[in-house]
Design a protein around this ligand. Sequence first.
Ligand code: ADP
Length: 448
Amino acid sequence: EPQNYDVVVVGSGGAGLAAAIQACDEGAKVLIVEKMSTIGGNTIKASVGMNAAETRFQKLKGIEDSKELFYQETLKGGQFKNNTVLLKEFIERAPQAVEWLATHNIELSDITITGGMSIDRTHRPADRSAVGGFLISGLVKNLNKRNIDVMLDTSVTEIRYTNGAVQGVELLNDENEVLTVNARSVIVATGGFSANRDMVVKYRPELDGFVTTNHKGATGGGIAILEKIGAGTVDMGEIQIHPTVEQTTSYLISEAIRGGGAILVSQAGHRFFNEMETRDKVSAKIIGLPEKFAYVVFDEQVRLNNKAADEYIARGFVISGATPRELAAKLEMGSDAFLATLETYNVAVDKQDDAEFGRKTAMRHPINQGPFYAIRIAPGVHHTMGGVTINTDTCVLDAQKQVLSGAFAAGEVVGGIHGGNRIGGNAVADIIIFGILAGQNAAKYAMQ
Ligand code: ADP
């Protein structure tokens, strides 16, 4: 017989967990349904951090930032295709979302930068570790404290929508049992579709053959479920390839490494672009190289500032040399060219003027302290900017922009916020900001 809840949350990534916690704190009875056997979704793989402007943590570090600048830079990075109404909501709510995390014992107090931004506004854990694992483990502690019900290995196959409102969901578990749950609200937080090759290629044929950084649950099922009850979609062809992916394992090399001072070098031993440009542009440059790959190059100072670097060393991705010449030899790269590249870059750092490529950010220190490191990378499918349409209350909209009563969505399943290119650090912001909001609104709707 059917179980009764106020709110069913579909997906246990960052958006789903934030939504579930908030809905519970609003007094709702909440169920989380996750199709995989573990909690965390693709969020657990998030690397660099969470963008927000005008936060307490920026002020503590003396960083002057403005919401207006964050808005303008995100819009430019998104090729001016962003849904500006949603983007404004996102920018406005970002600092309070950072605070919401802090009050839930998830403090992101260190700050770095990503491509396309002019100011350090990417919040990350104090120990400079990757944000994803930290975030998920913190959110799970909050779940456990509240005894929120979670069903793993169970997919939502259908939203029951009759008489103009959500009535509940149909579930399928790993024993092939079909279950029915009654609930007035459903929050779809199922993530993107980067791991669904057919769907990616349908919208972007030229991405056939690219690896993906995503976990295998990122198949876009939530979009299909919502479309079935009439949801509209937007920007489905806007698919981001991330420039720095280790190709034998599809492992993402975080933008935090470049944000900490690394450069990109071609097989010929040259820099070829402003490394701190947006992901779409950096990816296009790498694909344009004759060999279609490049190296992320850094030194000991960068390693010491990024915990992820040690992870890459442990995973065997990193080639190192005591001197630049030794590193060049191991990379079978002309060492004269490589040495000249480092020398020119180091002068640019000294002068804080990159005459060659116009890099303006994260020229933190010269690359001159051994050991020297390189990771071979090429682009991979990373984020799907398109998805279902919502309003600023996270209510799912149909093709005529009418609210589908009781249906809410948050996170990567939603389209429009990031336009044609998502800025690094804006996905974690997105899932937390709109996850909280979805939890709040879905709970209120269910209990009214
Ligand atoms: P976000 O970053 O937007 O929170 P994530 O990718 O981190 O998204 O998490 C989405 C989660 O939703 C994943 O764990 C995925 O396995 C889960 N999921 C996707 N489709 C379904 C479905 N139909 N039923 C239950 N869980 C789903």
